[in-house]
Ligand binder design. Sequence first.
Ligand code: GTP
Ligand code: MG
Length: 242
Amino acid sequence: MFCIIDELFVCLFVYRFSSSSTMTDGDYDYLIKLLALGDSGVGKTTFLYRYTDNKFNPKFITTVGIDFREKRVVYTTNSPNGTTGKTLKVHLQLWDNREDRRGTFRSLTTAFFRDAMGFLLMFDLTSQQSFLNVRNWMSQLQANAYCENPDIVLVGNKADLTDQREVQEKQARELADNTGNIPYSRRVAAHRAEVDKAIATLLDLVMKRMEQCVDKPMTDAQNTDHTSKLDAAPANEKKCAC
Ligand code: GTP
Ligand code: MG
């Protein structure tokens, strides 16, 4: 099925400028917004903090409302014949939030669902409940994301706590396979390399989708800046196979 992603591009455009006050260098090719989702306490903030600051905070301080972190990465495209393509400077915005059980933040989160281009859907391997709730998160995503089949990486966090494990690897993989064949990662927020891999997987999915969405191949568009590239794409071509 097809979905129009005009809004997604508008968001990219807006955020490029609205976030400039927090950035020292506006020199990047793409601004990509990712959203971390999952039950309270699964480790969303810890995960993102490890990714951006390479630090692990063992103390649990629940996130109030919405927060975000930023990081610059270099993404290398692959040409169809498998050879390495060009390198792109990507500015990542990683949005973090806490879903309040009483729904206080629900409307806020819903708005952020719509703007995000990829999702880190997290559960805690030591909490069966957080795993069961993945299906609810998935339903919310399907209802509120920019299309019915957005790019998601399912992350089973706290893999280091093996003696407290309540969710088995097989269950998690089955869930990932049964809900649209999304990539599954068993990750430990305490380990930098593990966290990097999960976000790299998600970024790769998002960039490949972007590549399909723009009217020119990404490598051809290299020499234009991102906003002009968006302006140049006719509205009736801003579609992606979702
Ligand atoms: P909310 O903000 O309430 O939604 O929670 P959250 O999902 O952001 O959880 P947070 O990152 O605050 O982590 C909760 C607790 O789990 C903290 O005490 C973290 O230190 C701990 N934690 C997170 N990831 C890991 C992990 O991979 N291993 C271990 N052992 N502890 C972790
Ligand atoms: Mg948090």
